[in-house]
Design a protein around this ligand. Structure first.
Ligand code: SF4
Ligand code: SF4
Length: 383
C-alpha cells in the first residue's frame, strides 16, 4: 500500500455483501448492462486497487470515471456502502498516478490557470449579461447582503445565458437587491470535489470566492446551479466551519417569494409538465418542494408526478463529470430519460440545473417535447 491511497478506497469494500440491490437503479449499469459498471463492482475495483490485486487498466478507468455520482445506489444499499465517496477517492488515486483521462487533466489545468472550466479568459465572466448590460451594470461588485453566484456553465456557455438572465430580471422586477462578483467570481471548485481532490487546489478557489463575497458585505448567496449550491453549502462548509453565509438555491428564493405573495404568476402556461429533479439538488441536498411550489403556482400548468421521482428520480446522465469524459454515454442516458418522460405524457420537461439542461437539450431533438429552464419559464410568464 502506498501513502497516496485513501482508506476510503477500501473502507466499504469489506462492508459490501455483494447482495446486488444497488444494481437495479444504477444510472450507468442500466445503460451499459455490464456487471463491471455496477455500483458493487466499482467498490470491488476500488478495494482491489488499494490491495494491489489490480492495476489501472482502461476498463478500470472507464468504470471509475463514468459513474455519474447520482447517488441512486447510496439510497438503496442495505449495508450503507458509500459508493460515491469510494469512487471519488479512487478517482483521486488514479489522477495522482498521472493515469486519469486526458479530458480531466485539461479540466484541472483550466481550473488552476483560468479559474473556470472552459479554458477561457475569466475577465469575460459577465459575457452572459451582454444583452442586459443596462439591467446589471449597477449590480457588479456593489455592496449588498445578497449575491448571485452565477457559476462557470451559465457564465460562459451561450446556450445557458438565459438562466442567470431570467433570474436577475425577475429580481429587478421585484426590486430585490443583489450583487454579482463579475470577473472576481472564480469556479466554485465542484469538478475538484467530484474528483476527490480536496486539497490546496480546491481550497485556493474557495478562499478566493469566500473573501470576494465578504468584501462586498454579502450574507446570503444564491446559486442557480445545484453543483455550485452543493460546493458552497456542503464542501465549503466542511473546509470552513465558520462559513458566514446562508446558501440558497434560486428555486428556494422564488418559492419563498410566491409563498409571501411577493411573486404572483398570473399568466397561464397550459401544458403537461415533468420536473427533472437534479441529483445534486434533490437526492444530495434534499430540495424537492421549492421547484414544485413554483410550478404548482403557474395557472393551468399540469404537473405530472412520475412513478420514479424525488429521491428516486432518474439521473439525466451528465453528472459526476461523466459527460466530460463519456459524452456518448451521457447522451444515451439523456435520450432514454426523455423517452420515459414522453411515455408519461409530458409535453414539457422543466429543469432547474444548467448541467441537466445542457445534457437533455440534445436528447429532445426530433422528439415531441420541449425543454425549459424554470427561471426562464417564470420570467416568460411575467411579461
Ligand atoms: S447494495 Fe450495497 S451491499 Fe449490496 S452489492 Fe450494492 S453496495 Fe454492496
Ligand atoms: S452513483 Fe449512480 S452511476 Fe454511480 S454507481 Fe451509484 S447508481 Fe451507479
Amino acid at each position: 500500500m502506498t501513502e497516496n491511497k485513501d482508506t476510503m478506497m477500501i473502507k466499504h469494500y469489506y462492508l459490501c455483501t455483494s447482495c446486488g440491490t444497488c444494481r437495479e437503479k444504477c444510472t450507468i449499469l442500466r445503460n451499459d448492462l455490464l456487471e463491471s459498471f455496477s455500483p458493487r463492482s466499482r467498490v470491488t475495483i476500488a478495494g482491489d486497487l488499494f490491495l494491489n490485486k489490480l492495476g489501472i487498466t482502461q476498463r478500470v478507468k472507464d468504470v471509475i470515471f463514468s459513474c455519474t455520482l447520482c447517488g441512486l445506489c447510496h439510497n438503496s444499499c442495505p449495508s450503507g456502502v458509500d459508493v460515491m465517496e469510494t469512487v471519488k477517492a479512487t478517482r483521486r488515486y488514479i489522477l495522482e498516478k498521472g493515469a486519469g483521462p486526458e479530458s480531466l487533466k485539461a479540466l484541472i489545468n483550466s481550473l488552476m490557470d483560468e479559474k473556470n472550466i472552459f479554458m477561457l479568459d475569466n475577465s469575460d465572466r459577465m459575457d452572459w449579461a451582454a444583452d442586459i448590460e443596462e439591467d446589471v451594470k449597477d449590480k457588479i461588485k456593489k455592496q449588498a447582503e445578497t449575491a448571485i453566484y452565477v457559476g462557470c456553465q451559465e457564465s460562459f456557455k451561450g446556450s445557458l445565458y438565459n438562466i442567470p438572465e431570467a433570474l436577475v430580471l425577475i429580481f429587478n422586477r421585484l426590486n430585490y437587491d443583489y450583487t454579482l462578483l463579475g470577473e472576481d467570481e472564480w469556479c466554485c471548485g465542484a469538478p475538484f470535489f467530484l474528483l476527490g481532490l480536496k486539497d490546496e487546489k480546491s481550497k485556493q478557489l474557495m478562499v478566493h470566492n469566500v473573501e470576494a463575497m465578504k468584501s462586498l458585505g454579502v450574507k446570503k448567496i444564491i446559486t442557480t446551479c445545484p453543483g455550485c449550491y452543493k460546493a458552497w453549502n456542503e464542501e465549503y462548509r466542511k473546509m470552513d466551519k465558520e462559513l458566514p453565509f446562508e446558501i440558497k438555491h434560486s428555486t428556494e428564493i422564488l418559492a419563498d417569494f410566491i409563498k409571501d405573495n411577493t411573486l404572483k404568476i398570473t399568466k397561464p402556461f397550459k401544458a403537461k409538465v415533468v420536473f427533472q429533479d437534479p441529483c445534486e439538488l434533490g437526492r444530495h441536498s434534499g430540495i424537492y418542494e421549492a421547484p414544485r411550489i413554483i410550478l404548482k403556482n403557474i395557472p393551468e400548468l399540469e404537473l405530472i408526478e412520475l412513478e420514479r421521482e424525488k429521491a428516486d428520480a432518474y439521473c439525466c446522465g451528465g453528472g459526476g463529470l461523466c459527460k466530460a469524459t463519456y459524452p456518448d454515454t451521457a447522451a444515451e442516458i439523456a435520450g432514454s430519460v426523455v423517452d420515459k418522460y414522453i411515455d408519461a405524457g409530458a409535453e414539457v420537461i422543466v429543469t432547474s440545473c444548467p448541467a441537466c439542461f445542457d445534457n437533455l437539450v440534445g436528447a429532445i431533438e426530433g422528439k415531441d417535447v420541449k425543454l425549459i429552464d424554470i427561471h426562464d419559464l417564470v420570467f416568460s410568464l411575467l411579461n
